[in-house]
Design a protein around this ligand. Structure first.
Ligand SMILES: Nc1nc2c(ncn2[C@@H]2O[C@H](COP(=O)(O)OP(=O)(O)OP(=O)(O)O)[C@@H](O)[C@H]2O)c(=O)[nH]1
Ligand SMILES: [Mg+2]
Length: 270
C-alpha cells in the first residue's frame, strides 16, 4: 500500500484563518502546552458517533475525549464507550446542558482547554487545532461557517436569522463576529471556570446567550474560519417556525444576559 501522503498534516486548515500553522504543529502545541478535553454532546447519535470519535482520536491524539450522552434512547452510550469516556445524563437537557456537564467535568479535572465537537459529523476534528491555537489570543474561539472561503449553504430564512444574531452578538461581545450560532468552539481555562457555573440549556442559549455571559464575565471572544460538513445521519433539529420562536427568545435572554450579573464562585484563573 502506498504511504498516505499527509496532505492534511501540513496544509493550512483554511486560507482565511487568522492563525495558519500546520496541523502537526498545532497538535504538538495543544498536546504539550495545554491539557485539552474534547467534549462531544450527543443525543441519539448511534449511527454517527463511532466514526466521529475515531476521527477525533486520529486528528487530536493528545486530547482526552468525553462524550456527554444527553439522555439518548438509542445505543449512543454503548457505542461511545468503545472509544471515549462517557458521561450519561439521566434525561435530556439539550446541547447546553450537555456542554455544561462537559465544562464541569473539565473544571473538576483541571483541564486547560475544552473544544466542543458535535456528534453528528458536521464538525471536522482536523480543524479543531486552529481553534485551540487561537486560545492564545482569546478565551472563547468560535469556528465560523461564514469565513472568506465558506461554501456553507443554509436556507434563506435561516441565514437571515443567523445574520441578525451575529450582528446583535457582535455588539454584545464588542468584537465583529460572523457566526454566533456555531457550536464548534474552543474555550480557555477562564471560560471553563465561568461556563461550568453558567451555561444556558435552551436551544440557541448555549451558543448566543453564552456570549453575553462571556462578555459580562470578562472573557474575550474571537472567530476562526471553519468549513461545515453535512450531518452523517438525521436531520436539522429545528424547523423554521420553532426556530423563529427560539430566535425571538434568545434575543430577549441575551439582552437580559447583558444587564444581569453572573456571579461565579472561586477566583477566575489567570
Ligand atoms: N438536537 C439535539 N441535539 C443534542 C441534544 N443534546 C445534545 N445534542 C447534540 O448536540 C449536537 C448539536 O445538535 P444538532 O441538532 O446537530 O444542532 P446543530 O448542529 O446546531 O443544528 P443542525 O444544523 O440542525 O445540525 C449534536 O452532537 C447532538 O447530538 C438535544 O437535546 N437535541
Ligand atoms: Mg448539527
Amino acid at each position: 500500500m502506498q504511504a498516505a501522503a499527509p496532505r492534511d498534516q501540513t496544509a493550512p486548515i483554511t486560507s482565511g484563518d487568522p492563525v495558519v500553522i500546520s496541523q502537526r504543529q498545532d497538535h504538538e502545541y495543544a498536546g504539550r502546552m495545554r491539557r485539552t478535553l474534547v467534549v462531544v454532546p450527543a443525543f441519539n447519535e448511534e449511527a454517527a458517533i463511532g466514526g466521529v470519535l475515531q476521527e477525533i482520536r486520529s486528528a487530536l491524539p493528545h486530547c482526552d475525549v468525553v462524550v456527554v450522552d444527553d439522555g439518548s434512547t438509542d445505543t449512543t452510550s454503548q457505542v461511545a464507550a468503545e472509544h471515549a469516556t462517557v458521561a450519561r445524563l439521566p434525561f435530556n437537557l439539550g446541547v447546553g446542558g450537555a456542554m455544561r456537564t462537559g465544562f464541569k467535568y473539565a473544571a473538576l479535572h483541571g483541564y486547560d482547554a475544552v473544544v466542543q465537537i458535535d456528534a453528528d459529523g458536521q464538525h471536522d476534528p482536523r480543524q479543531a487545532a486552529a481553534l485551540l491555537a487561537q486560545l492564545d489570543v482569546t478565551d472563547v474561539v468560535i469556528g465560523s461557517r461564514f469565513g472568506p472561503d465558506s461554501d456553507y449553504l443554509v436556507p434563506r430564512h435561516r441565514k437571515a436569522a443567523m445574520r441578525l444574531l451575529a450582528t446583535v452578538v457582535s455588539r454584545v461581545a464588542m468584537t465583529p463576529l460572523t457566526d454566533a450560532t456555531s457550536g464548534f468552539r474552543a474555550h480557555s481555562r477562564r471560560a471553563i471556570h465561568v461556563f461550568a457555573q453558567h451555561y444556558p440549556c435552551e436551544y440557541l442559549g448555549d451558543t448566543v446567550e453564552s456570549l453575553a455571559i462571556a462578555r459580562k464575565s470578562g472573557l474575550s471572544v474571537s472567530e476562526v474560519s471553519v468549513t461545515m460538513r453535512a450531518r452523517v445521519t438525521g436531520r436539522a433539529s429545528q424547523g423554521s417556525v420553532s426556530s423563529t420562536r427560539y430566535v425571538a427568545r434568545v434575543l430577549l435572554t441575551t439582552a437580559l444576559g447583558v444587564v444581569r450579573r453572573w456571579p461565579v464562585t472561586g477566583q477566575l484563573p489567570s
